[in-house]
Design a protein around this ligand. Sequence first.
Ligand SMILES: Nc1ncnc2c1ncn2[C@@H]1O[C@H](COP(=O)(O)OP(=O)(O)OP(=O)(O)O)[C@@H](O)[C@H]1O
Ligand code: SF4
Ligand SMILES: [Mg+2]
Length: 331
Amino acid sequence: MATDMLKPELPEEEAALLEVRNLKKYFPIKTGFGKKVVLKAVDDVSFAIKKGETLGIVGESGCGKTTLGRAILRLEEPTGGDVLFNGESILNKKMGEYRKKMQIVFQDPYASLDPRKTVADTIGEAMDIHKLYANKAERQEKILELMKLVGLNRDFYNRFPHEFSGGQRQRIGIARALSVNPDFIVCDEPVSALDVSIQAQIINMLEELQETEKLTYLFIAHNLAVVKHISDRVGVMYLGHLVELTTSNELYQHPAHPYTEMLLSAIPVADPDLSAAKERIILEGDIPSPMYPPSGCPFRTRCPRATEKCKESMPLLKEIAPGHFAACHNI
Ligand SMILES: Nc1ncnc2c1ncn2[C@@H]1O[C@H](COP(=O)(O)OP(=O)(O)OP(=O)(O)O)[C@@H](O)[C@H]1O
Ligand code: SF4
Ligand SMILES: [Mg+2]
């Protein structure tokens, strides 16, 4: 396959819905004795997501996945770079319309729902803000439709989040995201707080909704099996950097970056006795503090292939095969 076959003049359905260019999110951190350090949670990340596509993002805890998702939606204001939605930069603009087009489903369905709001008011909140109904009857009808769409019994309408299980709460969170009829949803580990038995139901529902509601997803997960299943392409993050990006099949069959190899060798075996929290991947070697990253390649302190050059300069993401990108000096 020639590279240029993938390039210009993409048909409408192939066009990028979302483009992230050199995105950065830095947090100033005060350490002891009045010193300040910059924590580069997301550093120079670039990719595009096509309409209808699911791009998975994986990496260990603290590598910047949530910050990436939040910076794209400007829930955290990016420090640098650009985010384009339908070809237009959304930075330095009023988010009004984009708040409808771009939504998020949060990792923790316990913390992300207001305990004082009923199911109806949780789902209806964004519709209220954006005035998406003509009268109360229409509001109720729309909320009930959304509840049906995500498999929630209509009797739950006036009930409160604490009455529900994690899976049902996540359905409420998904209905809330869908309420404004978005095109793009950041799914930030939407099932990792749920029982393994419930995870598949929610994943299947998200897949069905993608078809029926014509959605594009950025799907963040630590469970590689889940990402593989749901994603068309997968990006691997390490210490704020995107270190590999390719199709889901290619990543699992021909991982190129030493970190991806390490992640894949650590796929957790499905064990119904393990709680979701225990399922997190545990890898050899400590992740360096993002406040004090190593010189050169961020992965060099744990990399079995590291050489002198890896200390000296940061490897840039390069295309190593058509559509397959990796950031490593030794590939
Ligand atoms: N508001 C903030 N202020 C300071 N540092 C932050 C803030 N938010 C995130 N960080 C730091 O940025 C880095 C990336 O965090 P982030 O939550 O994006 O990682 P993650 O990949 O989503 O991790 P997890 O898998 O645990 O959810 C971490 O070192 C984190 O401590
Ligand atoms: S650049 Fe060097 S340290 Fe970094 S992943 Fe490649 S071989 Fe390992
Ligand atoms: Mg996170």
